[in-house]
Design a protein around this ligand. Structure first.
Ligand code: ZN
Length: 313
């Protein structure tokens, strides 16, 4: 019988990070500027190790290469999904990601990046940047050259429980005071458009204006998300998105929820509380994989969970 595969997170220190990954999730973080927890990753820049069980000490990237049966034989030369917790104490740079076609050609065969955000917590009055107000590339270039950021960028107020799907080519930025969980294609390609003139180790971080102008969609278009809700006495399941790269659900559990066998595999994160998957105890901060062949399963407890699965390309 297949077993759950628990993952050890990889942490990233960045100028905009804070300590919420420790205070909120209890993780042993490397410092007070820890911005990212790569909770499910097979990416070479932060490949998660397996904790306990049959595969103890292997990395997810290794399992993907050597034990593809665990993933239902899904194709592809790298594990396709990356799930991160992000603690933005300060603003992240204004940025954009390429799609698969552009990334393959310009970034050594890397995947493009479609990503989505679920807001776990934010300070009152916090905003997020998604999209822009330029009508065409010429106007976009001009506004960037002239530094007319306020006029150019679209800001939206955010609250706990908000969800945003960010297509490649969409200019975006997370602002300080936001704690969120991000599900994305397994890619580390980010084009920085503007970094508020900040310095890191005495130097500005590089900008990528040519690539940004190549890939930013004009005019901006933002799709509405799915947000289908299934509610029983025991749980509230919200289907957030279903796209070519991933499907993501948010589950609030006060009792029991039965889950059908995943078509391939599922990735589950416990965002709050504790409980069990079948006979295995799980708690806040745990991220694990339900491998192919695990079968129908039952979730029990008082928990808030994020459940993701690979898309259907
Ligand atoms: Zn991004």
């Amino acid at each position: 019988m297949a077993e759950l595969i628990f993952l050890e997170p990889v942490f990233k220190e960045v100028i905009w990070g804070g300590d919420a990954l420790h205070t909120r999730f209890g993780y042993d973080i490397p410092g007070d500027h820890t911005g990212e927890c790569w909770a499910v990753s097979g990416h070479k820049n932060g490949d998660c190790r397996i904790r306990g069980g049959l595969w103890d000490g292997c990395t997810l990237g290794q399992l993907w290469k050597e034990h593809r049966e665990l993933f239902g034989g899904e194709e592809g030369d790298q594990f396709p999904i990356l799930i991160k917790l992000i603690d933005a104490r300060q603003d992240l740079s204004i940025q954009v990601h390429p799609d698969d076609v552009y990334a393959r050609e310009h970034e050594n065969g890397s995947l493009g990046k479609t990503e989505c955000w679920y807001i776990l917590d934010c300070e009152p009055g916090t905003e997020i940047i998604i999209g822009h107000n330029a009508s065409c590339k010429e106007e976009l270039k001009q506004m960037i050259d002239e530094g007319r950021w306020k006029e150019l960028l679209r800001t939206h107020p955010i609250h706990r429980g908000d969800f945003f799907q960010i297509e490649p080519g969409t200019i975006h930025a997370i602002k300080g005071g936001t704690l969120l969980i991000e599900t994305q294609q397994s890619s580390d390609v980010t084009y920085r458009v503007y970094d508020y003139g900040r310095l890191q180790d005495g130097k500005p971080r590089p900008l990528h204006l040519k690539q940004s102008l190549d890939v930013i969609t004009c005019p901006s278009s933002v799709k509405d998300s799915l947000r289908e809700v299934e509610e029983t006495e025991d749980y509230r399941l919200e289907k957030l998105v279903e796209c070519a790269y991933y499907g993501v659900e948010h589950l609030t559990l006060h009792g029991t929820a039965s889950r059908r066998t995943p078509a391939l595999y599922e990735m589950v994160g416990v965002l709050d509380g504790e409980g069990a998957v079948g006979k295995t105890a799980v708690k806040k901060g745990d991220f694990f994989l339900i491998p192919w062949g695990y079968g129908d399963y039952e979730l029990r407890g008082e928990m808030e969970l994020m459940i993701a699965r690979p898309g259907k390309i």
